[in-house]
Design a protein around this ligand. Structure first.
Ligand code: HEM
Length: 459
C-alpha cells in the first residue's frame, strides 16, 4: 500500500496546563507569573467553565453563543474589571480603552474615521521608513554575531508608533519614552494580589506609586504634543495626531479637548506597540523554526517593492505573509484574555451569571481549543489561506470581537505584514541556539527569554 505522509509542521513548545482546576492561591501565583497556566487541561475541551472562590464567581467561556452574548448582544452588562482599571488608568487615562457607556460611544465614533482604511498608505509609509533604518542597524549587528530580535522589534514598534502618531523622529524623546514605558511594564503595570482583590476605589501603596508615575507620564506626553503643535502645518494630514486633532464626533460635532487628545495618544501607543512587537517576534520565531514556511514567505516577497511609496500597494500581494502573521496571532495571541465584570445577573446558555462575576474569554484557550482546531499546537499558516472557514466566528479573535474590537487591528496587521516581509526579503533567519522558547503571559504574551537569532543576508 502506498504510504502517504501528511506534511509535518513545527509544533512549538508550550507551558504545561495544570491537570486540575487551580485553587485560589495557585491561581493568584499563576496570574503573576504566567497566566497561560491558570486554565486546566479540561478548559481546552469545554464550552463554559465555572468556578467560585471567596464569594466570587469566575467564568471562562469558549462557546460561541455565550461569547456573542457577552461581547455583542448584552455588552452593556459587562464592563472592564476593577483590576484592569486600577492597573491601566495611570498610563491610558480616560482614553478609549477604559471608557464606558456614552463616553465610550462618543470617543469610538470620533476616533473610528481617523483609523479607517484610508490612513493605511500614510501608515505604510511611516512603517517602511522606520523599518529601513532599523534593518540597517540590525544588519550591522548581525554581521558580527547573534541578534536580540525581541529588542529590535520592540525598538522598531515603538519608533513606528511614535512616528505614525506624531511624525517626530524619536531621537529627542525615544529614550525617555522607552524608560517610562519599561518602568510601567516591568513593575507598576503588573497585577498584584491586592489589585485583584480590592475595588478600584480603594487605593493601595502601589496605586500611590502609579499616581506618581501618571504625573510624569502626563507631563512627558504634553511635552511631545507641544513640540508636535509647533511643527509648521501641512496641507494634508501627516500622522494620527493630525487626524485626531481634526476628528469630530459625527453626531455632536464635538472635538477632543487637549487632555482627551493626550489620553488617546497614550492609549494608542500603549495598546499598540508592544502587542505588535510581540506579533513580529513570534512570527520571526516561527519562521526561524520552520525553514519550508520561511522559504515560502521569501518566494512571495522576493520581487515585491516595499519602499515607502509602494508599501501600501504591496499589502495585497502578501497573502502568505499575512497568513503567517494570523497564525502567529493564533498561537501567541498578545492579548491572551479579555476580562469583563457582570454589572447585573445574566444567563449564558444554561449557566447563571451572578452580579459581579468575572467573565473571561481567552484567545489563548480558544486558539488552542481541541474542538475548534485540527492540530491546534502546530504552526500551519495555510489554515488562513483562501476561504477556509473557522470552526466558529470567535475561534480566532486576537483583536477581540463586537463593538469593542481593537480599533487598531488594521494598522497592526499592516505594520506586522510589512515589517515581516521586509525582514524576510533581506535576511534568512534562524535561532542561534536550541534553548526552547516558551510563552509567558503577565500583561501580554511574551517569550520567556530574549532568544538570540542568527541573520544572514539573502542575495
Ligand atoms: C497585534 C497588535 C494588537 C493586538 C493583538 C490588539 C488586541 C486588542 C484586543 C484583544 C482588544 C479588545 C480588548 C477587550 O475587548 O477587552 C483591543 C482593543 C483596543 N486596541 Fe488593540 N491590539 C493590537 C494593536 C493595536 C494598535 C496598533 C492600536 C492603536 C493604534 C490599538 C488600540 C486599541 C484600542 C484603543 C482598544 C480599545 C477599543 C475599545 O475599547 O473600543 N491596538 N486590542
Amino acid at each position: 500500500m502506498m504510504n502517504v505522509h501528511a506534511p509535518s509542521f513545527f509544533v512549538p513548545p508550550r507551558p504545561e496546563a495544570p491537570s486540575e482546576e487551580l485553587g485560589l492561591y495557585r491561581f493568584f501565583v499563576a496570574v503573576r507569573t504566567n497566566a497561560l497556566q491558570i486554565w486546566p487541561k479540561s478548559a481546552y475541551e469545554q464550552g463554559v467553565v465555572v468556578r467560585s472562590a471567596l464569594g466570587r464567581t469566575r467564568i471562562l467561556i469558549n462557546a460561541p453563543d455565550a461569547i456573542h452574548r457577552v461581547l455583542v448582544e448584552n455588552t452593556a452588562n459587562y464592563c472592564r474589571t476593577s483590576a484592569t482599571i486600577r492597573i491601566l488608568r495611570p498610563i491610558v487615562g480616560k482614553g478609549l480603552l477604559l471608557s464606558e457607556g456614552e463616553d465610550w460611544r462618543h470617543q469610538r465614533r470620533t476616533i473610528a474615521p481617523a483609523l479607517a482604511p484610508r490612513v493605511v498608505p500614510m501608515m505604510a509609509r511611516h512603517v517602511a521608513l522606520a523599518t529601513e533604518e532599523t534593518i540597517a542597524q540590525v544588519a550591522a549587528v548581525a554581521a558580527r554575531g547573534p541578534v536580540d530580535i525581541l529588542a529590535a522589534v520592540q525598538f522598531l514598534a515603538l519608533e513606528i508608533a511614535a512616528r505614525s502618531m506624531f511624525s517626530l523622529e524619536m531621537r529627542q524623546y525615544g529614550a525617555a519614552l522607552r524608560r517610562l514605558i519599561t518602568r510601567f511594564a516591568t513593575g507598576l503595570g503588573r497585577p498584584y494580589f491586592l489589585d485583584l482583590m480590592l475595588p478600584a476605589a480603594i487605593p493601595t501603596l502601589r496605586d500611590l506609586a502609579r499616581m506618581r508615575f501618571r504625573s510624569q507620564w502626563v507631563a512627558f506626553m504634553d511635552e511631545i504634543i507641544e513640540a508636535r503643535l509647533r511643527a509648521p502645518p501641512q496641507g494634508k494630514p501627516r500622522d494620527l495626531f493630525d487626524m485626531l486633532l481634526a476628528a469630530r464626533d459625527p453626531e455632536t460635532g464635538e472635538a477632543f479637548s487637549r487632555a482627551q487628545l493626550r489620553d488617546q495618544m497614550a492609549t494608542m501607543i500603549v495598546a499598540g506597540h508592544e502587542t505588535t512587537a510581540l506579533t513580529l517576534f513570534w512570527s520571526l520565531y516561527l519562521l526561524a523554526s520552520s525553514p519550508a514556511e520561511q522559504e515560502r514567505v521569501a518566494d512571495e516577497v522576493r520581487n515585491i517593492d516595499l519602499a515607502p511609496d509602494s508599501a501600501a500597494d504591496a499589502l495585497a500581494k502578501l497573502p502568505y505573509t499575512k497568513a503567517v502573521v494570523n497564525e502567529a496571532l493564533r498561537l501567541y495571541p498578545p492579548a491572551f484574555a479579555l476580562a469583563r465584570m457582570a454589572i447585573a445577573p445574566d444567563r449564558l446558555g444554561d449557566v447563571d451569571v451572578p452580579r459581579g462575576a468575572l467573565v473571561m474569554m481567552s484567545p489563548w484557550v480558544l486558539h488552542r481549543h481541541l474542538r475548534l482546531w485540527k492540530e491546534p499546537d502546530a504552526f500551519n499558516p495555510s489554515r488562513f489561506l483562501g476561504e477556509a472557514p473557522l470552526a466558529h466566528r470567535f475561534a480566532h479573535m486576537p483583536f477581540g470581537a463586537g463593538p469593542r474590537i481593537c480599533i487598531g487591528a488594521q494598522l497592526a496587521l499592516t505594520e506586522a505584514c510589512l515589517v515581516l516581509a521586509t525582514m524576510i526579503q533581506r535576511f534568512r533567519v534562524a535561532l542561534a541556539d536550541a534553548t526552547p522558547v516558551l510563552p509567558v503571559a503577565v500583561i501580554v504574551t511574551q517569550p520567556d527569554h530574549a532568544a538570540p537569532f542568527r541573520l544572514r543576508l539573502r542575495n
